[in-house]
Write a protein that binds this ligand. Sequence first.
Ligand SMILES: [Ca+2]
Ligand SMILES: [Ca+2]
Length: 500
Amino acid sequence: MLRKFLLFILSVSLLQGAKKPNVLFIAIDDQNDWIGCLNGHPNSKTPHIDALAKSGTLFNNAHCQSPLCNPSRCSLMLGLRPDSTGIYGLAPFFRQVPEYQDHTTLAQHLANNGYHTAMAGKIFHGGYGKQTKGKHLEWHETGPGATGAPFPKERLVKNTPSPHKLVDWGVFPHKDEDKGDHKIATWAVDFLDKQAAKKDDKPFFCAAGFFLPHVPCFATQKWFDQHPLETLKLPAIHPTDRDDTPRFSWYIHWKLPEPRLKFLQEAKEWENLTRSYLACTTFVDHQVGRIMAKLKETGLDKNTIIVLWSDHGWHIGEKQITGKNTLWDDGTRVPLIFAGPGLKPNQVVQEPAELLDIYPTLCDLLKIDSPKHHLQGLSLIPQLDKPATPRTQPAITTHGAHNHGIRTKDWRYIRYADGSEELYHHPNDPNEWHNLLAKKPIAKAHRAKADALAEFLPNDNLPPVPKSRARIITYDPKTKEVVWEGKKVGKNDPIPEVED
Ligand SMILES: [Ca+2]
Ligand SMILES: [Ca+2]
């Protein structure tokens, strides 16, 4: 009797399985590893993301392909590395590059395979990819755009070295409901209600991209109260950390609106920024929770695969800087979670993973062919099946041609365009404080490890595509000339505290 019943349940679930699973795609902007389950900061409070991770597989060693919004997101959605496209800056959007005008993104590939695709907030950078008509239809449906609004009448942090409107943080009294990210979650909740009421069998790809904890890190008191000042821990730093990193490590984030640690310390803003970032992450986690609750309430959770990711990390004082544009874990490590029907719960993968892997992994999970053009990521199915399955290639992050960070389970190797290098052994040095290639003479084993990892360095290294702009670094090996954002950097120029 029991056997018959189990067979019945099995056949019912197989019937239900006839419809392709939906995909809920949740992106968080500039979210580093300050997520509870990733253990990046002891004060992280992200119960909803942690619960999602527990219900599926957490990639504990996942890395972006570029430590910057536009190139990271283009890479993920195209399935191509930044050094293979030459898209390294905040501009251009890949559709403005002739070679990629007709390239099929992940969303378009799903649309071509019968999916209804919908997007709100930040999936591509800024307003890119919002067009809904014409030859290059990116999405069937779009909702509200990404925004850090509302803004206070005056800046909260008045003395930042850069007057950039977005470089600001702190407690800002306003209605949570007026916040851009609250509206994104509301759009997703409404979308799920509509989908649940629909009678047709068309599966959906719903992409919700949150803007926070990207600066400005404004939140209401409620979210700061979850991170009391009395128990607040500052990020772990080493006072002379940059003494053993090559000068080229400074060139890849030479002049930025994001302040250096020196400003945070002198202005006594380090605690405030740390707390503001944590508060914003908890706020976004709450928005993720609203979407997950609706998914469950509608019963759509039974047939929806969830992918949660962030586009890159963010420094809050580590290595003497704030912001992105680095090839260390603080700049590259991101949350990456897969959960849903058919996926095993409670799994943590320590092998490296790349955001580039999302495209081929989803193709496999949805049982649709990969598009004809070449996808450079690897399917994560082997690790989703057995988390300890060794990965055949490391995770690679690129910031400008010939600047690459390589991450395996235990090691990080960095090579800059001028040939300078770094090597870190994570089991002994989880904060990447001690560059093993800076100590002379270099231990034979470390040289051998670095050389072995260098075999994985990408080979394309295309120059930046025409009209590249914002955070572009180039190096001419013949003249040894370094150019940051169109301006030559002298080899003895003092390391700037802020952009001009
Ligand atoms: Ca970003
Ligand atoms: Ca160091």
